[in-house]
Design a protein around this ligand. Structure first.
Ligand code: 48F
Length: 261
């Protein structure tokens, strides 16, 4: 077969644009392709929702590939292991209740399952704003190529419509911060603002993330470390069961919202 460079270029451009156009009207848009965002995307797709994930970095996975202090192993407790089992990610028991997966196997498998189940994941795209409409609820995201702010270019963004948005941007809880910066203290927290994460305490952080994964503003759910940052709970370091469980709960909360509309 003769290979034509222009056919390669057309194949890439046409297939990307087709998928991006498809992603412009979704049931759920997820900001951040870390463990929480990708687990949420998998369960949303499995639940029949049309879902797109937007990730700022070149690679997906957030803090998972880095493991603990660049030792690329992570720890998952009994509750989180059930999710890894569902993804067929292998784990070794370190001692009773503490399981060790290979962080690269975990994140690549979760990503693969999310995509194969129907989620679309777009890397190199940053969420820089939200759409808020008359009913005072989030109705979409405003996106730009990550290279634009990096290069300091003045390039306007594009917008997509989403019935529900999940803030899975990790410690920065960027989408919740955007809401507060743009329209004031309207989050469903004690202060109406992002309270900010507390110092590392895995025991408490892993418990509170379950409760913190919820709708923080109409149409906006906080999941993963963003949920603990928003509600003022501790960070937890390289234990990841809470991130997986939070992703799963975030998907359920979103599916419940969709079913009520
Ligand atoms: O940080 P990240 O892994 O968040 P997570 O899924 O998991 C937290 C753990 O990694 C770890 C921990 C374990 O106990 O505490 O820190 O809650 O993934 C967040 C992803 O969101 C991307 C960011 O690049 C990362 O991959 N991200 C952040 N802001 C934006 C964004 C944005 N504005 N637009 C698009 N992506």
């Amino acid at each position: 077969m003769k290979i034509d460079d222009i056919t390669i270029s057309k194949a890439i451009t046409e297939s990307f644009v087709k998928d991006f156009l498809e992603a412009m009207e979704v049931d759920v848009a997820v900001a951040g392709a870390g463990p929480a965002g990708m687990t949420a995307a998998y369960y949303l797709a499995k639940g029949g929702a049309k879902v797109a994930v937007f990730e700022r970095q070149l690679r997906v996975g957030g803090g998972m590939p880095g493991g603990g202090m660049i030792f690329n192993r992570i720890v998952v407790q009994e509750e989180g292991k059930g999710i890894l089992d569902e993804f067929n990610v292998r784990t070794r028991e370190y001692q009773e209740g503490y399981y060790i997966p290979d962080s690269l196997e975990a994140i690549s498998t979760i990503c693969s399952k999310a995509i194969k189940t129907g989620a679309r994941i777009f890397n190199l795209i940053s969420v820089e704003d939200v759409l808020i409409r008359e009913e005072d609820k989030i109705t979409g995201l405003v996106l730009n190529w990550s290279a634009v702010p990096l290069a300091g270019l003045h390039v306007d963004p594009l917008a997509i419509r989403a019935k529900v948005v999940i803030d899975a941007t990790g410690h920065g809880s960027e989408i919740c911060h955007i809401v507060v910066n743009k329209i004031g203290s309207k989050l469903r927290t004690k202060t109406g603002k992002v309270i900010g994460e507390k110092p590392m305490w895995a025991e408490v952080g892993e418990k509170e993330i379950i409760e913190n994964t919820k709708e923080v503003y109409p149409g906006l759910i906080a999941a993963g470390m963003a949920a603990n940052a928003v509600f003022g709970s501790p960070r937890m370091g390289a234990i990841f069961g809470g991130m997986l469980l939070s992703g799963k709960i975030g998907a359920k909360v979103a599916l419940d919202i969709l079913s009520r509309r």
